[in-house]
Design a protein around this ligand. Structure first.
Ligand SMILES: [Fe+2]
Length: 537
């Protein structure tokens, strides 16, 4: 579910429902440390299908596609101290066709998931801690494929930046296998937020710690729809970093390196976390040409990359970026003033020093500036705490004006939840806001274009929401021209676990309708022999 910052929930400590068993009967569960007190979502750990979801209102007939979402849902009980952002990747997909929704929830069958199922228990330990793992799986592929899910080249790709993608069947969600681009590039990891260039029709991606755990190596490259790798470029950070998201323009790729360092071996041998927040470390923009041997700027040498910095802060997720005259790049993102990943080394984090902020900003990079330069202060386009930015990806890398954001409207209160979705027109400053119920939360929205040639940002948003007072989750569909009320709400018979990220995928073959996600429909012939309702014959 929605989080303060990104994949994370910072929520008020509540007395979990399960603790009543402790109070009343003295019964406890080894799972309680994971689900409570910091989580907001109930137990998941199931796979299911639903046909024809209960819908209030009308789903526009023009909508034809699938919304793939990634949930974090450990299949076996994690060890104490595991943050709720770590766990097996569990896909929840919603397919909309002819005004109806079918859905499916299914685990990504990673090697790690299969090994633990075979053993019947947890074998892997703390996130990226090499000392916290069962000896029998030391050589195994440990990725959980639990962070993002995208469509590329006929595959659904389940992504986690600790490893390479897993490919899934778009209709059945069956796991096809790991590393669909095998052997073409030496990188051992993959981005959680690769970008599709709609004009070049290529997936632009990167790997950090690309030569293995805690290495300084970054590799950027692109993948064509046939799965062939192009434009491979390697460079090194000054220390192992965490560039979780980034931007692309026609000629450049820019990664946002967050202010984290890798803990020492001693800390990890003692069972500690992998990441360590560095309170004063500047935010870094790592800039690389998309064609490394032919940078599109006279001041850049082939093969070069540069780092630009700004004051301390977190750019976890990014909006759009574009090029202007004379080697100027414009990039949009939030800029968060506090550590949203405080569950790593929680005992060491003292919390924000002032009222938390996460304004929506626009940054300027002058590519003529030398490596190591500090960027000028950004423009503030909208004040507040925002995350989960989405924009019309037909304009990726080109100037755009519409961005959709999740907003936390009540920071610093006992309920610091993402509870609103905002539409911002950055040219006019105009905003529209959809607020959930008072006890509601929203997860990252997805944008559905109204048609192939519609205006920028025109169409619908879809996002998951739930309320503390309800045991049912909701899919809310908003018309982007009217945030006053949804056009439709589809109701789930349960509350879902935390969504990390998700993406809308239009029907890739619009000439024929999509099958329901509920699998093949078997043929059947009525059998008169057993009919008891045949009086009219
Ligand atoms: Fe993310």
């Amino acid at each position: 579910m929605a989080t303060l910052g990104n994949e994370v929930v910072q929520t008020a400590l509540k007395i979990p429902v399960e603790s009543q068993y402790e109070r009343r009967f003295g019964l406890s569960s080894p799972w309680e440390h994971y689900y409570h007190p910091s989580d907001t979502a109930p137990q998941g750990r199931f796979e299911c299908e639903l046909d024809d979801m209960v819908v209030f209102g009308d789903i526009p007939q023009e909508i034809s596609g699938t919304w793939y979402r990634m949930l974090v849902d450990p299949h076996f009980c994690p060890q104490p101290g595991t943050p709720f952002v770590d766990g097996d990747g569990n896909v929840s997909a919603f397919r909309i066709q002819d005004g109806k929704i079918s859905m499916k929830i299914k685990y990504v069958q990673t090697e790690r998931w299969l090994l633990e199922r075979k053993a019947g228990r947890r074998l892997f330990g703390r996130y990226r801690n090499p000392y916290d793992i069962h000896p029998c799986v030391q050589l195994a592929n440990d990725t959980t494929a639990n962070t993002n899910i995208i469509y590329w080249g006929g595959n659904i790709l389940a992504l986690a930046e600790r490893g390479l993608p897993y490919a899934l069947d778009p209709d059945t969600l069956e796991t096809r296998g790991a590393d669909p681009y095998g052997g073409q590039v030496a990188a051992k990891t993959f981005a959680a937020h690769p970008k599709v260039d709609p004009r070049k029709n290529e997936l632009v991606t990167w790997s950090y710690s690309a030569k293995g755990l805690s290495t300084r190596d970054i590799c950027t490259y692109s993948i064509d729809p046939q799965g062939r790798i192009h434009n491979e470029h390697w460079f090194q950070q000054d220390k192992p970093g965490w560039p979780h998201d980034g931007w692309i323009t026609d000629n450049w790729i820019i990664l946002s390196n967050m202010p984290f360092a890798v803990n020492s071996d001693e800390v990890m041998k003692a069972g500690g976390d992998y990441w360590r927040f560095v309170p004063d470390q500047p935010a870094e923009f790592l800039v690389s040409p998309r064609l490394s041997n032919a940078p599109n700027h006279p001041a850049w040498k082939p093969g070069e990359f540069r780092k630009y910095t700004v004051d301390h802060g977190l750019i976890i997720h990014t909006g759009n970026a574009w090029e202007e005259e004379d080697g100027i790049l414009k990039l949009e993102s939030h800029f968060v003033s506090f550590n949203v990943f405080s569950f790593f080394n929680a005992a060491d984090y003292e919390g924000p020093k002032s009222m938390p902020t996460g304004d929506w900003k626009r940054w300027t990079i002058d590519l003529s500036k030398p490596d190591g330069s500090e960027l000028p202060p950004p423009e503030t386009l909208l004040s507040g705490i925002f995350d989960f930015p989405i924009f019309d990806e037909r304009l990726t890398g080109r100037k755009s004006k519409i961005v959709y954001l999740g907003q936390m409207t009540s920071p610093g209160t006992p309920r610091p939840e993402f509870d609103a979705v905002v539409k911002l027109n950055t040219e006019t400053g105009e905003t529209s806001t959809f607020d959930t119920a008072k006890d509601g939360r929203v997860a990252e929205p997805a944008y559905i274009p109204r048609g192939p040639d519609c205006e920028e940002g025109d169409g619908w948003l879809i996002f998951y929401a739930d309320q503390e007072s309800s045991r049912k989750g909701e899919l809310i569909i908003l018309d982007t021209n009217d945030f006053s009320k949804p056009v439709a709400i589809a109701q789930l018979p349960f509350v879902l676990r935390n969504q990390v990220h998700g993406n809308w995928v239009q029907n890739p073959h619009p000439e024929r309708p999509l099958p329901p996600l509920t699998g093949p429909i078997r043929d059947v012939t009525p059998t008169p022999q057993y009919s008891q309702l045949n009086k009219l014959l």
